[in-house]
Ligand binder design. Structure first.
Ligand SMILES: CC(C)(COP(=O)(O)OP(=O)(O)OC[C@H]1O[C@@H](n2cnc3c(N)ncnc32)[C@H](O)[C@@H]1OP(=O)(O)O)[C@@H](O)C(=O)NCCC(=O)NCCS
Length: 156
């Protein structure tokens, strides 16, 4: 099931498992910075639940040039490799393709497992940002597209 992130306790729970995971350990994301992202009113924050328990979190930015940007996707470590990440991506695509023909995301150059995961789901590398978050590693911009902006009609 999907719903919006609830209050402060849920944001803290999600921030806790995010900062304890790669790639965010190497990227140096602090608990406070993760919390700020999860509570930023300009973002849409969704959680995936199983029996009422949060098993994954998704932050979307639905404005700007790269409209349809998956800013963060994390599945709780106890729930990985069970298809939940794939389901969250499907949910994100259903949301984004109503308003934009593109879904964008960034993946770290050292996060090889996540690169495979996204490629399997139809994402292609369209750019590289060297030394973007930390020195020595790139962020790869990935895109899944349904076609050019001019040919796209958003849903009302
Ligand atoms: C990447 C991630 C969202 C995928 O979600 P998931 O629920 O594990 O994915 P699924 O079960 O749908 O697909 C599993 C595949 O994801 C890939 N994967 C990527 N990172 C993984 C991880 N840390 N643990 C397990 N699988 C991972 C593997 O290819 C895996 O295939 P396998 O099960 O055959 O080994 C999740 O593993 C995660 O949160 N990883 C840590 C954070 C991260 O890398 N987020 C993406 C940042 S851009």
């Amino acid at each position: 099931m999907f719903r919006r992130l609830g209050g402060d306790a849920e944001a803290r729970f999600c921030a806790g498992f995010i900062v304890a995971s790669e790639p965010w350990i190497t990227l140096g994301l602090t608990f406070e910075a993760a919390l700020a992202r999860l509570t930023d009113p300009s973002r849409e924050v969704h959680v995936a639940t199983v029996s009422g328990q949060i098993v994954g979190v998704l932050i979307l930015f639905l404005d700007g040039t790269f409209k349809g940007y998956i800013q963060l996707l994390a599945v709780h470590p106890d729930w990985r490799s069970r298809g939940i990440g794939t389901r969250i991506i499907q949910f994100a695509e259903e949301r984004i393709f109503r308003i934009s023909p593109n879904v964008f995301l960034c993946v770290s150059s050292f996060n090889l497992e996540a690169q495979k995961f996204y490629e399997r789901l139809g994402y292609r590398r369209v750019g590289e940002l060297p030394d973007f978050v930390v020195n020595g590693f790139s962020e790869f911009l990935m895109r899944k597209t349904r076609g050019p902006l001019r040919e796209f009609t958003p849903e009302k």
